[in-house]
Design a binder for this molecule. Structure first.
Ligand SMILES: [Mg+2]
Length: 261
């Protein structure tokens, strides 16, 4: 892999299944990032998990010995805030259906969330992100918002996530419940959306041909990267096994057993 790496100046790197699993380092991932720093390569971490803020991710990574500034972490919420900054969304007309923690983070980022659900008719867009407190009232007002023309944005389209109990409903399941009440298009803020890969590329400030995406998920990391014309490397330390890769129509540019240099 070392020879292939030299042609790239920047890297878009997934976290879960690539750098860590259950927030424990995966063998060789730290050495890989150290190598990138040694070679003065640029890198950003791109995760679909919006339960933590970029600042919290950078702290976790630093604790694990991985060099990372908060500006180097991109989540679906970074994408959301960028849309507001670029005036693709009206900052005054957003309603959020997400965890309290995420809401607070968004508020701190100077987003003026419509707090009173009874003002659902004022919403131009809604943000949906999976959380344990999502209830019938949330579903009802989210539905009323989209019925009144609000754009539906989601941090993820995953239907379930694994747990010790079994697969549990994820953000995509909540979104499905909303669209079941009123069919509407869904804007996915996370991977594999082109917008989030383009955002990562802009952060790196490099040409597409100079960047490599590294991930463990064929659908989000590899297909997403392929769709914007950025070469991709699949690492087999997470979600995807050799046999899954063999069966899939989605193919990475490179495949690596791990991040060993
Ligand atoms: Mg992953």
């Amino acid at each position: 892999m070392k020879n292939n790496l030299s042609k790239f100046k920047g890297f878009i790197i997934d976290l879960d299944g690539v750098i860590y699993l259950d927030k424990k380092l995966i063998p060789f991932s730290k050495q890989f990032i150290d190598y990138l720093n040694y070679k003065k390569k640029k890198y950003v971490f791109l995760t679909n998990d919006s339960s933590l803020s970029p600042n919290e991710y950078s702290k976790i990574l630093l604790k694990l010995g991985i060099e990372c500034e908060k500006e180097q972490v991109i989540t679906p919420i970074t994408n959301f805030l960028d849309m507001i900054e670029k005036k693709e969304l009206d900052n005054n007309r957003i309603m959020a259906f997400c965890s309290r923690k995420l809401k607070n983070y968004i508020r701190r980022s100077k987003v003026k969330i419509i707090e009173d659900v009874l003002k659902f008719k004022d919403s131009q867009s809604i943000l949906v992100s999976g959380n344990i407190n999502f209830n019938y009232k949330d579903l009802m007002y989210a539905s009323l918002c989209v019925q009144n023309g609000a754009k539906l944005l989601t941090t993820s389209i995953d239907d379930t996530y694994p747990s010790e109990l079994g697969n549990l409903p994820a953000t995509g399941a909540l979104v499905a419940a909303i669209t079941k009440t009123f069919p509407t298009s869904v804007f996915n803020l996370g991977k594999p959306s082109k917008r989030i890969f383009n955002l990562a590329r802009n952060k790196l400030n490099l040409k597409k041909s100079e960047i490599l995406t590294i991930g463990d998920n064929l659908i989000t990391d590899i297909a997403g990267s392929n769709s914007v014309g950025i070469e991709s490397a699949l690492v087999l330390t997470g979600k995807t096994s050799k046999s899954i890769l063999k069966e899939s129509k989605i193919k990475p540019t490179y495949t690596m057993n791990n991040l060993k240099i």
